[in-house]
Design a protein around this ligand. Sequence first.
Ligand SMILES: [Fe+2]
Length: 284
Amino acid sequence: MALTVKPTQATLGAIVTGVNLARLDDATWTAVEQAFLTHAVLIFPGQHLSDDAQIAFGHRFGNIEQLVADREIVPISNQRADGTLLKDDEYGMQIMRGNEGWHTDSSYMKLAAKASVLSAHVVPSEGGETEWADMRAAYDALDDVTKARIANLSAYHSLHYSQSRIGHKAAVGSSYGFHNDSPPLRPLVKVHPVTGRKSLFIGRHAYGIPGLTPEESEKLLDGLVTFACQPPRTYKHSWSPGDVVVWDNRCVLHRARPFDHGEARVMRHTRIAGEAASELAIAS
Ligand SMILES: [Fe+2]
């Protein structure tokens, strides 16, 4: 098998074939890592990884962020273990509904995420895609006035904030991310620790830019997301069971697309922790 990396028509993303992620030798890993840094989203169709293989692939990128104690892979699913489906007003569905807004994983934690691995196990007949937006290309496309305006701005990031905007008030400590600590503060412009490229670090968890009123802050941040998440900077993947995707949370936003909640959508997720030198909040 020859590794093939086929870039999408968007500014980010590539389809990678000719590789078995469950048996990744070091030379192939180096090529995959290089493609990850270049394209920021890698789609591997038809891998059908076991949980252990997905976890091992995650470890290639760094330390695993445990969303549930002692677990390195977690379900993202509207289906319970007994096969029944969650109802729209249930807690788990509120979290899934939140995932439909543009975000980057764990920006609300003191240490934001480096990368995320997602695999498809059961997919609905329609919808339920994942879409990514390139924050490197978005930053490059900003006019000089906006670049100068945001150069020294930061925003707080909070899951309480983002969920409350969709009408979900979660109790402190109710699940991962709903912590009681003061929220982390992060610059709006992030420099990628490996490539050195600048990108917008925004999304639904960001709010409360110091020096701006809440209204000014919300208007600026919403405007940046709207501008950033437009073609040719977006790519949407329609899942088939067995597909695996990894993306770089340091420079892309992502969102889930809606689907009929009368059908099951079962994904499995492994999150790779950021590095303290580059993903630790500047203050909280
Ligand atoms: Fe996410």
